[in-house]
Write a protein of this length. Structure first.
Length: 470
């Protein structure tokens, strides 16, 4: 009875998330959560807000707690950042794999322009941060945040772009998606290299995790499509990475790369078998049209075959990605924002034109724009890549500004760069939120001014003509 009640609660939650997906823009939702969080952190609810992230969590037995690092239990904040965000990075890993296999990163010619643009969007912001830091005399501890402005928030930036509706050319959306995907790869590499703390004592955990990865790779080669198989072993790898000192989000990405992208059964065979099974079921229906409430054994057999085949025709990669998309976008990311966007004004200067806030803000607003736009322009002028139909230098400039919306990943990197509860972390959050908002507003204004409705109609007609020719 209790289990049934829990299932009903989960069904209601998923139903609510589905409705939210159809009605609420993800970028607007994240921005709203950020504003609410900042208000709560600076109101009479401040103590309550701080206390809810310090509660210890436990899941396991008397001698084993899954939510722990070297015997120390997770706080709720650590659970959000080191457990729930692993699901976020797992979904990012799935998206990266899909783009490499089938999307804009599947061929050198398609991928080269967004790859170079993303490279510029990571290099220049770091240089901007370092330059400002040198001029203002940053300490080594303050310089730890130089990687924060490299991030581009996929959901937030695409959410702002979607506010412009049908006037946005499909090629521009694809370019932003590919650019943000490559940006994520860069961010993941930075986390793996600079924010992991591997020691000699961690070797045994790493060795066992490699063994589990081997099992997942073998499962992939044997075309094992069970989601439970990859989920259970993936959780084990996540725990081993935690204990080894390797940042656990890396486990999410690596496990995603082992998920099979091919279904066990292709659509053609499925449709042929489905037609046969449906014809067989129709033969069991009485001629008078009156059906029995209780199904016959034959009906149950063929309905079970259809259900089983339906699961086999969807690849585990697509199945995971489709199932996680809504949960990650409308539950995990807003919860992360609520846990990490709480800038306390009493603990930091409101002057965003100096120190860490200014460095991050300039890295996101100016560094991202200059890096993405300049590297794209150089690539086209040197004939390394070319702009697709519907793209021009005006909308590339607006898109480069949208690349400065760091938010989720930038807040995540801020939490890794500076100590929890420190003034530096508080200042970094202020810089991330301010820089992301300015980039979003400026990018939206530029694109709204440069993207005409006539242009979008012409682009749409060209795309339809291309499809007809194909």
């Amino acid at each position: 009875m209790e289990l049934n009640y829990q299932n009903q609660r989960f069904q209601k939650l998923y139903g609510f998330l589905d409705k939210l997906e159809n009605r609420v823009n993800p970028g607007v939702l994240l921005l709203l959560v950020a504003f609410i969080t900042v208000f709560i952190a600076n109101s009479f609810l401040h103590d309550w807000y701080e206390s809810i992230w310090k509660t210890n969590l436990f899941l396991g037995t008397e001698n084993f707690n899954l939510f722990s690092i070297h015997g120390q239990p997770f706080t709720t904040l650590e659970f959000v950042n080191d457990a729930l965000m692993v699901i976020f990075f797992f979904s990012v890993g799935l998206e990266i794999k899909r783009e490499i296999l089938l999307g804009e990163l599947s061929s050198f010619r398609q991928a080269i322009l967004p790859i170079i643009a993303a490279g510029g969007g990571m290099i220049v912001p770091v240089l901007v941060f370092i330059s400002i830091g040198k001029l203002q005399g940053f300490s080594p501890d303050q310089m730890n945040g130089m990687a924060i402005p490299i991030a581009t928030d996929i959901a937030f930036s695409l959410g702002v772009l979607s506010l412009l509706g049908k006037r946005v050319p499909l090629s521009l959306k694809i370019f932003l998606l590919a650019l943000a995907t490559v940006d994520d790869i860069g961010g993941i590499a930075v986390i793996a290299i600079f924010y992991s703390h591997f020691t000699t004592a961690s070797f045994i955990y790493l060795l066992i995790s490699v063994l589990f990865f081997g099992i997942l790779m073998i499962g992939n080669r044997l075309r094992i499509n069970s989601k439970w198989f990859y989920s259970v072993i993936g959780i084990a790898i996540w725990y081993l990475f935690l204990q080894a000192g390797i940042h656990p989000t890396i486990a999410g990405v690596l496990v995603a790369f082992t998920i099979p992208a091919r279904p066990h059964l292709n659509v053609k065979r499925f449709s042929q078998g489905l037609q046969h099974d449906l014809d067989t079921i129709r033969e069991t229906i009485p001629a008078d049209g009156e059906e029995n409430i209780v199904l016959s054994n034959k009906q149950i057999k063929y309905l079970s075959r259809i259900e089983s085949a339906s699961d086999m025709v969807i690849s585990p990669l697509q199945d995971f990605e489709n199932n996680l998309n809504t949960t990650v976008t409308y539950l995990i990311m807003p919860l992360f924002a609520f846990a990490n966007a709480g800038v306390v004004f009493e603990q930091t200067s409101l002057n965003i034109f100096t120190g860490i806030p200014f460095s991050i803000m300039m890295g996101l607003v100016f560094g991202k724009m200059v890096g993405i736009f300049t590297f794209t322009w150089l690539s086209v002028k040197l004939k390394i890549g070319r702009l697709s139909n519907g793209m021009n230098w005006k909308n590339i400039f607006g898109l480069s500004l949208l690349g400065g919306i760091g938010f989720t990943v930038a807040l995540f990197l801020a939490g890794l760069s500076y100590p929890l509860g420190s003034a530096m972390l508080n200042q970094a959050k202020l810089g991330v939120i301010t820089g992301s908002i300015i980039s979003g507003i400026l990018g939206y204004i530029i694109l709204k001014l440069t993207l005409s409705k006539k242009q979008s109609v012409n682009t749409k007609n060209k795309e339809q003509q291309t499809k007809i020719k194909d």
